[in-house]
Design a protein around this ligand. Structure first.
Ligand SMILES: Nc1ncnc2c1ncn2[C@@H]1O[C@H](COP(=O)(O)OP(=O)(O)OP(=O)(O)O)[C@@H](O)[C@H]1O
Ligand SMILES: [Mg+2]
Length: 200
């Protein structure tokens, strides 16, 4: 699986999603996590953990798509974490992957700020068309917001995973940890993702 986690809006859950999913994927094959964010959050996460179960490399570059084939050699899975607000890097990461996962909290502001990310994908039409899937994250259980967000995303013609990630202290506290035994709802996210990715 070659998966890019992207959303040009800051703080939407990209790094958390990329790190949890990479940890989950590492159980089923050699996995590389590429940190394409100049802020290097995924890299610091792995460095802090010490016993991180997969390699993480920093590559915050605009020609990532040209480098990924070589970087990915020998790996079954590659996950790319992308920065906020860096169009060129995000575009390149999208070009490098078969699947683009957009984590998005179900708030009106986050939905409103989704447009630039969709515009980058639209620009790639004809050149490279990855499978695009949205993941609702930081969902407050028992509120209407996730259902409402789901409707908005569907109206935009986007595919939304059925699995959701709840707003939970545990995810925020995951920073700096190896997550092998504690993947939370990301285990379900990965299972659904695997099913979707295998169907063209
Ligand atoms: N499901 C969750 N529940 C609670 N807190 C969360 C959850 N997911 C992410 N967070 C927290 O929300 C903040 C933003 O998440 P994260 O860093 O993953 O977003 P990001 O999109 O990578 O941000 P940036 O655009 O700055 O790179 C972090 O403090 C993170 O710990
Ligand atoms: Mg990040």
């Amino acid at each position: 699986m070659k998966l890019t986690v992207a959303n040009l809006k800051g703080g939407s859950g990209k790094t958390t999603t990329a790190v949890y999913l990479a940890n989950a994927l590492a159980a089923s094959g050699r996995t590389l996590l590429i940190d394409a964010d100049p802020q290097g959050s995924a890299l610091s996460w792995s460095e802090t953990a010490g016993n991180f179960p997969l390699p993480v490399v920093a590559a915050p570059v605009r020609d990532l798509h040209r480098r990924v084939p070589q970087l990915a050699e020998g790996y079954a899975h590659v996950v790319i974490d992308t920065p906020p607000g860096e169009l060129a890097i995000t575009r390149s990461a999208m070009l490098a992957s078969e699947t683009v996962l957009i984590p998005i909290p179900p708030s009106l502001m986050d939905l409103d700020r989704l447009r630039p990310t969709l515009e980058v994908l639209a620009e790639l039409e004809g050149l490279h068309e990855p499978q695009v899937l949205c993941l609702l994250t930081r969902v407050r259980r028992g509120t209407r917001s996730s259902r409402a967000a789901r409707e908005v995303l569907l109206e935009l013609g986007l595919n939304v995973l059925g699995a959701e990630v709840s707003l939970r202290e545990g995810y925020a506290n995951g920073f700096g940890l190896a997550l092998a035994d504690d993947l939370g709802e990301y285990a379900d996210v990965l299972q659904e993702l695997k099913g979707r990715v295998s169907q063209p």
